[in-house]
Design a protein around this ligand. Structure first.
Ligand SMILES: Cc1cc2nc3c(=O)[nH]c(=O)nc-3n(C[C@H](O)[C@H](O)[C@H](O)COP(=O)(O)OP(=O)(O)OC[C@H]3O[C@@H](n4cnc5c(N)ncnc54)[C@H](O)[C@@H]3O)c2cc1C
Length: 462
């Protein structure tokens, strides 16, 4: 059966068959598929597909899946293609199913505090829309041009995870299409759900291996009255990171805590064309607060009272313009590094009390190996974003990555905090995941997708 997956009908015949479903030739490509749609956000690895199809409705998704299932055709699901781990690189040929045109915000229900949206809605469009009418969608991964479907499939986290949690915490309901074309609905507008096994939560974070998400009901919260940011300079990155757990224990209630070294900051300044609004220090914490004005001011006061005891050289509240600049610089760091050199993105997560030890280890490994590494990240939740600069010597890079992942596991860390496994981290994921967990994952995959046609390239069966 697996061999048959690759024996698919190509060219004109497939186009004709797909046209009988989609009925719009502008949305079907069977030749000259633009490279962008055969790749991920880095666009280094380019895959191969027999067709690229832009779907507009759940019914179309269902019919395409029925067609693919019947003919054993591999399907690669795609949102905006911003992922950095190769999860939208079709290595099994087949069909690339693009959901970016399913981009309608269907309802904002102020009575239940929910938004119902199609999977292809961009995060930035949803966030702006709800803010404009007094609501807030908290999940905030760095890439705002990603789709909600992609955020759900990767269980995207982002800056505000320490206060608000991750995408999973905002998914009340899902509509999805299974590999055989069946349409299923899970959850709804209810806040709670203790009704049997949570199929919804299996699909969230499954990287498109279990089902195609077509629609979702998302939780909203009231828009916070105010947003403020503060910079804390430190004499070293270690000092900055060590202070994080202490600040959290002091109950300052931050929305985000990000760490950033001066050298990395300079890259961000150069890329964004913006100037960091102060100072000279080796490392900084950027701390964001939101809530009522009273609450935010009181938390900043609390921060001022404790920060100096925990190694901060200063506490600098930012005005609105400077805050915007600082977060713009922080937001562009992946692209800033990539603009200078190709890099291997790593998003290892360790327990928060081990972040400093892990980052120190990164620095030591950098010095010993001669491989440049740029580290920044979500200090509040131990998620270290590491750009390992590529080197011609591939063995050297592999050795460095082996050592870093081994250290993370020794510290009880995990392969990925938020970007997912995709193609690029499969080796480490398989090595570190207990066999019994892998067996369960494989059985779940089989239960959802007996013929293993959905995102087969990253499926847990390989
Ligand atoms: C500069 C930058 C910064 C980032 N910062 C963060 C961060 O701070 N926190 C964080 O968590 N992430 C971060 N990310 C990763 C980001 O969250 C993902 O790239 C994004 O969520 C993927 O959305 P997408 O629409 O581009 O999905 P794609 O890249 O198209 O797809 C990603 C995965 O989801 C699957 N998929 C997509 N749509 C669907 C669907 N409708 N149904 C089922 N499966 C689907 C795909 O098959 C693939 O496996 C960052 C990425 C970049 C480029």
């Amino acid at each position: 059966m697996l061999k048959a997956l690759c024996r698919i009908k190509k060219g004109p015949k497939m186009k004709k068959e797909l046209l009988s479903i989609i009925k719009d030739k502008e949305r079907i490509f069977t030749e000259n598929i633009p490279k962008k749609f055969l790749s991920d956000g880095l666009q280094r690895e380019i895959g191969n597909a027999s067709a690229l199809v832009f779907v507009k409705t759940t019914a179309e998704v269902s019919q395409i899946m029925k067609y693919a299932y019947k003919k054993n055709i591999a399907v690669t699901i795609r949102g905006a293609g911003t992922n950095l781990v190769g999860s939208t690189v079709p290595t099994q040929k087949g069909i690339v199913l693009d959901l970016s045109k399913m981009n309608r915000i269907l309802e904002i229900d102020c009575e239940t505090l929910t938004a119902t949206v199609e999977a292809g809605v961009l995060l930035k469009d949803l966030a702006e829309k709800v803010l404009s009418i007094g609501y807030f969608y908290p999940p905030d991964p760095g890439e705002k041009n990603s789709t909600i479907g992609g955020n759900i499939a990767t269980n995207a986290g982002g800056m505000r995870a320490i206060k608000y949690g991750v995408t999973r915490d905002y998914v009340h309901g899902l509509e999805a299409v299974l590999a055989d074309g069946s349409i299923i609905n899970m959850g709804g507008k209810t806040v709670k759900d203790a009704s049997g096994l949570s199929l919804k939560n299996l699909i969230v974070g499954s990287e498109g291996t279990l089902a195609v998400v077509t629609k979702c009901i998302l939780k909203l919260v009231p828009k916070p009255e105010t947003f403020k940011s503060v910079i804390l300079p430190y004499k070293s990155l270690t000092a900055a990171i060590i202070s994080v757990a202490k600040l959290l224990k002091a109950d300052i209630k931050p929305t985000a805590i990000e760490f950033i070294e001066e050298s990395v900051l300079l890259l961000g300044e150069k890329y964004s064309g913006e100037k960091f609004p102060s100072l000279k220090a080796d490392a900084y914490l950027l701390i964001a607060f939101d809530g009522s004005l009273l609450e935010v001011n009181s938390n900043i006061e609390k921060l001022k009272n404790v920060a100096f005891n925990y190694g901060a050289k200063d506490v600098l509240p930012l005005n609105e313009t400077d805050a915007e600049i600082v977060w713009k610089i922080r937001g562009c760091l992946v692209n800033a590094v990539e603009a200078i050199n190709q890099q291997e993105p790593v998003d290892i997560v360790v327990p928060i009390d081990k972040t400093a030890e892990f980052v120190n280890f990164v620095h030591k490994t950098e010095a010993n190996s001669g491989i440049k590494m740029v580290a920044f990240g979500h200090a509040g939740d131990g998620n270290v974003h590491l750009c390992v600069i590529r080197d011609k010597n591939k063995t050297k890079i592999k050795n460095v990555l082996d050592v870093l992942y081994a250290k993370a596991y020794e510290l009880n860390g995990l392969t990925s905090g938020e970007h997912g496994i995709g193609l690029s981290k499969k080796t480490y994921f398989f090595k570190n995941t207990p066999k019994i967990n892998l067996i369960l994952m494989r059985n779940i995959k089989k239960a959802f997708d007996k013929k293993q046609i959905l995102n087969k390239h990253i499926s847990y069966l390989l």
